[in-house]
Design a protein around this ligand. Structure first.
Ligand code: ADP
Ligand code: MG
Length: 290
């Protein structure tokens, strides 16, 4: 039989927009040591705007943006939406695209006008030993901007700096969680400089940056290996294995089906403060039973 307090809490949670899919995991939520948040869309708005286009060769600023937008118009990634919107606002004509594909966690690639075009992360360039020497790129990195690079036939033609907005809600959530003695961390595929700036802004205890999608679960395991009981909060397809690995996997907001299926708890609203509510609810529920 379901103990009364649990039945009441479960009903209560349904009205506040928490769906408990795994009750054992909800019980574990009272003893968590750490919460790991996905960055984009959870701690930040997930709406990138282009703040600067930096040519790195002979290609003009508008052409760098046009090459990039041609590919990005085929992608649903928040960075892609920002790039596409910027090209639209400038009224740039986009070339025809074929053979579009995702370079998972590193960018995208396609054939544009017969040329191989890639939009990639700083990590992609580093892993291939491609150096970027530009004081403008250094400056936007220092500003904590997200920077992606445009390659045409494997030659670097430019960089695009984008900014996302850190949300207000996580600041409250992080403050309360820390008061409850819980460490707050962030996991992201984005660059270290961006992660560092978001972490400082929100007062996070730790962060993992430039994490490829298939390494996310590994990072959760690493924290668990320090003897910590861990909750993971995310919404993307990429987050699913990490949600499964966590002691308490929490899908947030209008998460992808894959994230929801992989989670122990589903938060209907996209509000990180509801994570604090789950922990408090779990503590209150199971305290009454003892
Ligand atoms: P997260 O969900 O943690 O923000 P992703 O795994 O989606 O990260 O992406 C990691 C990195 O890969 C991005 O920060 C970016 O550098 C690069 N990337 C992925 N997809 C795209 C894209 N469509 N356009 C440009 N860059 C991309
Ligand atoms: Mg994500």
């Amino acid at each position: 039989a379901v103990p009364l307090v649990v039945a009441v809490s479960t009903r209560l949670s349904a009205t506040t927009g928490l769906l408990i899919r795994d009750r054992a995991s909800f019980e574990r939520a009272r003893n968590l040591d750490a919460v790991i948040f996905d960055k984009t869309g959870t701690l930040t708005e997930g709406r990138f705007g282009v703040s600067e286009v930096i040519p790195l060769g002979k290609t003009s600023t508008d052409d760098v943006l046009a090459w990039a937008a041609a590919i990005e118009s085929q992608s649903e990634h928040p960075i892609a939406r920002g790039v596409t919107r910027s090209a639209e606002e400038k009224g740039l004509r986009l070339r025809s695209v074929r053979d579009f594909r995702n370079l998972t966690g590193e960018g995208t690639e396609a054939i544009v006008d017969g040329h191989d075009v890639k939009i990639v992360s700083p990590g992609y360039l580093r892993r291939r030993g491609i150096a970027v020497e530009s004081s403008d790129v250094e400056r936007v990195n220092e500003q904590g901007k997200t920077v992606v690079y445009v390659l045409v036939d494997d030659a670097l033609v430019g960089a695009i700096a984008l900014a996302d907005i850190v949300r207000k809600e996580p600041r409250d959530a992080v403050g309360k969680l820390k008061e409850m003695g819980i460490e707050c961390m962030m996991l992201t595929g984005d660059a270290r400089a961006v992660a560092k700036s978001v972490a400082a802004d929100l007062g996070l205890d730790d962060y993992f940056a430039e994490v490829l999608p298939d390494q996310k679960a590994e990072k959760v395991r690493e924290v668990q290996g320090r003897g910590k009981s861990v909750a993971m909060v995310g919404d993307g397809v990429n987050d699913a294995p990490a949600l499964v690995q966590a002691d308490c996997g929490i899908a947030i907001g209008a998460g992808t089906d894959v994230a929801v299926q992989s989670a122990d708890i589903v938060l209907v609203r996209n509000d990180p403060r509801d994570v604090t509510a789950i922990l408090a609810l779990s503590r209150a529920t199971y305290r009454k039973m003892i």
